[in-house]
Design a protein around this ligand. Sequence first.
Ligand SMILES: *Cc1c(COP(=O)(O)O)cnc(C)c1O
Length: 389
Amino acid sequence: MLTSNRMKGLHPYVPGEQPKDRIYIKLNANENPYAPSVKVQNAVTEFIKQHPEKMGLYPDPDSNELHAAIADMLNKTGGVLCRAKVDGDKVTPSDEDKIPFTVTPDMIYSGNGSDEVLSFVFYAFFDSSTKFVMPEFTYSFYPVYAGFYDIPMDNVPLKSDWSLDTQEMLKRASANKGGIIFANPNAPTGLGLKREEVRQMLLKASKDEIFIVDEAYVDFGGESCIPLLKEFDNLVIVRTFSKSLCGAGMRLGYIVASPELVNIVTTVKNSVNHFPIDALAQVAGKAACEDPAYYVECSKKVADERDKFYNFLKEKGFYVLESKTNFLFAKHPAISGDDLYKKIKEEGLLIRHFSTPGIEEFVRITIGTAEQMASLKAAFEKVLKQAGL
Ligand SMILES: *Cc1c(COP(=O)(O)O)cnc(C)c1O
């Protein structure tokens, strides 16, 4: 055989389709329907015009300016955009989201999308000799990394209402001594745990094991665990520019954690790729963080459309989970998830269907603009009518 034995452990992630054959309204990959802020567009254009020579030089390996901007944005928004208060250009956290300390740049590590960040986090904190704990249904990249790094996993089934079984997760974590990871709000369910629920978990979990919370969707209405960093040194919070910061194409993700843990992940990065974030992405990311007011507005719009579509689906007889994210997870008693996905695709819109046993009856619908959601509503009405529903 030409290949290494390790190749047998690889089961690559399958992203939402990006078809080229026809133009679809894309509501299948949880991307943000809005473009990045004009300030981002200007910063990138100016950078190329004013400093073309910088494209020929290595970027800052530690993205220092970007980290300062991320920390500043978190302090201004409380880490939950859709509840932050905007007064002109001034942005302040809602009372419930206010972080009880100042997030400093040395608490931030960033990388080429949170997928890459997660990969280094897995490498740094999970071990091949011990199982780590994760929910049975969560972000489907976690099992991919488990295979990549040959780390055994312990999948804990969700409760019957699709929420995380926090007690069982803790029980297994204390038996395995291998750490814990989950997304909050979770994907693909969209359900979120309250900060106090996570705090209770952390109080009971071992301080010697890593506790990773992936907050990819928290800006759309979840509760961020950043305030808990004051109390817990074993907590790593993973976040991304891809969803609430309209930046999936910029490939930027980051962690918020103690400076000690940030240094550990930086060591992994420096052993794989010194420069995961190119010069342009650093400029774009910094500019995005400097315009929180724009992103607050975008995430409020997305959250509003989500709640409207939630009500529509309910009226149409769907079982819909109460989402704190930019997507809805829903199923209908009389039409299969696969059927619905295919029929909606015929209407020119893409939503996501997972054939994974246990969730195959559901579809996952990314929330788009008001216009896109009106088209989706029309498509749903047509398809349901054709099915006699
Ligand atoms: C989208 C998503 C990510 C990955 O984001 P990128 O920064 O685009 O790599 C990570 N975690 C969860 C739960 C996600 O949904």
